[in-house]
Design a protein around this ligand. Structure first.
Ligand code: NAD
Length: 482
């Protein structure tokens, strides 16, 4: 069983402290107790990690695909074997509930295995471009890939996110989130045990100290970022200042859930609550946080949703019965409370939540009750901005064209849900959504192999699919005079 003591970074196969000598404390967001610390990496650490990744890449890239796949499968196996320790650390460090977080461990292992099986799809082509030549294409790795990870699923995004780049023959530098980096320390131990030194490197720290130097490094050509829109824009700007880079961005959402008059109100209420991902305190990019209900069933749906949300059990995230834990950090709690205050000031109707829960269990920690606002107007901030918290905004509609336009009217375009039994309406609405993932009579589920990613400011690129694997390669054309 692994134990977290002092976190370490993984650089060139060694578990190390930062050259800075500085540390960042990790705090349990349910209690505000210090549960560990990890190095505040700096530019020197980033340079060391990138140099180690560069040194390891040629040998890794030359391995037979079957050998690389074997390494990925062994890493997946070790993640499963250490699942309990990883899960406990991740739950304590993030505040997400153990009942939901257990899926993250399995998802990380499964995706590594899935990419190991998909690696033989890294095919080139022959192209009939001229009669006198044979035209071939081959796919080659970029070299060093950077993967920057957000706080809501730190382990899953780090672990599953290395499957594609490694399968394609790249080596990787991971930068975990500064509020929840302890699972990265455990992942570092497993990578060190299973993979050749330098294949995966992990530099902890905050964005400016440990993120920027990776983005700006001339030898990191391919960057995969998951996080907020402002950081995604900052990364594009920084990268553009130093060179030409290929950047995929998985960013935020303010996702619509459109309910037609023929939908069953009870089923809609259950799905609307499920779609808010309260098990992660609503801190999920795909959360359907704009519930747009037809006039004819609006009151009934608002009542049912309010009843179900008010019944959500808050408590210790390590207790399997707990349905919602705290917010991940003080910053996140403050942001959510500010958005709740803006909803109230703008005149939306608070039907449940909107405050800190009462009781000794919640005296410390970053707690916010799950919250529902009804009578939300499309111009209010709570209807337009990503809150990334447990706050659902409910609106009514009567005109189908207008609601479809309104659903598309934010800067985001990550997910959307459509609820109706009318197949023509469902398909029309699904085609109209400017979003990367549309559920019809469903919500929240992701299946490996189906591309995930955003339209508009929700990002560029797709993940968890063949396109992601291919996106970690460059195409070379070879022309042979016959
Ligand atoms: P964030 O943008 O604040 O931070 C994400 C990561 O970027 C962290 O590791 C941070 O340290 C790093 N970072 C910050 N500034 C940087 C810089 N200048 N250069 C390099 N790295 C830098 O996001 P967050 O608060 O951790 O996560 C929440 C956001 O992530 C939400 O907007 C959410 O919707 C989004 N998200 C999107 C997806 C998706 O798949 N589309 C998944 C999860 C989360």
């Amino acid at each position: 069983m692994l134990e977290v003591v002092d976190g370490r970074m993984l650089i060139g196969g060694d578990l190390v402290q930062s050259e800075s000598g500085d540390w960042i404390d990790s705090v349990n967001p349910a209690t505000e107790e210090k549960i560990g610390r990890f190095p505040r990496g700096n530019a020197l650490d980033c340079n060391n990690a990138i140099a180690a990744a560069e040194a390891a890449q040629p040998a890794w890239g030359r391995l037979d695909i079957k050998e690389r796949a074997g390494y990925l499968k062994r890493l997946a196996g070790r993640i499963r074997e250490e699942g309990d320790a990883l899960l406990k650390t991740e739950v304590t460090d993030t505040g997400n509930t153990i009942s939901k977080m257990s899926f993250d461990i399995e998802a990380a292992a499964e995706q590594l295995e899935w990419y190991s099986g998909l690696a033989s799809e890294l095919k080139g082509e022959t192209v009939p471009a001229s009669a006198r030549n044979l035209h071939l294409t081959v796919r080659e790795p970029f070299g060093v890939v950077a993967r920057i990870v957000p706080f809501n699923h730190p382990l899953m995004f780090a672990a599953r996110g290395i499957g594609g780049p490694l399968a394609a023959g790249n080596t990787v530098v991971i930068k975990p989130p500064e509020t929840s980096s302890l699972s990265a320390h455990l992942l570092g131990q497993l990578c060190r045990e299973v993979l050749p030194p330098g294949t995966v490197n992990i530099v902890t720290g905050d964005g400016p100290s440990a993120g920027e130097p990776i983005i700006r490094h001339p030898n990191v050509k391919r960057i995969a970022f998951t996080g907020s829109v402002p950081t995604g824009m900052a990364i594009q700007r920084s990268a553009a200042e130093v060179g030409i880079k290929v950047i995929s961005l998985e960013l935020g959402g303010k996702n619509p859930f459109i309910v037609y008059p023929d939908a069953d109100p009870g089923a809609v209420a259950n799905a609307a609550v499920g779609g808010m991902n309260f098990g992660w305190s609503g801190q999920s990019c795909g959360s359907t946080s704009r519930l747009m209900v037809h006039d004819s069933i609006y009151d009934e749906v608002v009542d049912l949703v309010t009843e179900r949300v008010a019944a959500i059990e808050l408590g210790d995230p390590l207790d399997p019965a707990t349905e919602m834990g705290p917010m991940n950090s003080l910053r996140q709690m403050d942001r959510v409370n500010a958005m709740i205050a803006s909803g109230i000031a703008d005149g939306a109707k608070l039907t449940t939540g909107g405050e800190k829960p009462e009781g000794r269990a919640f005296a410390r920690g970053y707690w916010v009750k799950p919250t529902v606002f009804a009578n939300v107007h499309p111009q209010m901030r709570i209807a337009r901005e990503e809150i990334f918290g447990p706050v659902l905004s409910v609106m009514s509609w009567s005109d189908e064209e207008a609601v479809l336009d309104r659903a598309n009217s934010t800067e985001y375009g990550l997910t959307a849900a459509i609820w109706t039994n009318d197949i023509k309406r469902a398909l029309n609405a699904a085609r109209r959504m400017r979003a990367g993932m549309v559920w019809v009579n469903g919500v929240g589920n992701h299946f490996k192999g189906t591309p995930y990613g955003g339209y508009k400011n929700s990002g560029v690129g797709r993940e968890s699919c063949l396109e992601e694997l291919l996106s970690y390669t460059e195409i070379k054309s070879i022309q042979i005079l016959l």
